[in-house]
Design a protein around this ligand. Structure first.
Ligand SMILES: [Zn+2]
Length: 120
């Protein structure tokens, strides 16, 4: 289990991360609304790259949202006092891993296994 000081440091990092991610998501959502506004240009030549940009933005946006979900979940777990153990095997997650990735829900071996599983 993490001691109180580490816990507080991780909470601070998670809160900063949440604020940053929320800002990013908002920033990404606004320009596409602007583009979709009726009467806003009709540049055929640009449409292909615009579609590409939108697809790319969408992927980035989805990734941001997923990370944001993990961050929120980690903060919820802190509130419930269950932050720290791996969600899969229940072993304590290496504090160094939590320092690098405060919203990690799985220990390294479970994470590796999950990622391998996703590829097969
Ligand atoms: Zn595990």
């Amino acid at each position: 289990m993490l001691d109180r000081r580490r816990m507080q440091r991780n909470r601070k990092r998670l809160e900063d991360e949440r604020a940053r991610l929320q800002q990013e998501v908002e920033r990404m959502e606004v320009p596409s609304d602007e583009r979709e506004r009726p009467g806003y240009g009709n540049h055929m030549a640009d449409s292909a790259s615009e579609v590409f940009e939108q697809t790319k933005n969408l992927a980035v946006c989805q990734r941001l949202r997923r990370t944001l979900e993990l961050v929120n979940k980690a903060l919820d777990k802190m509130d419930e006092g269950v932050y720290g153990p791996c969600e899969s095997c229940g072993e304590a997650i290496d504090p160094a891993r939590l320092k690098a990735l405060p919203y990690a829900a799985l220990c390294i071996s479970c994470q590796t296994r999950a990622e391998r599983g996703a590829f097969h």
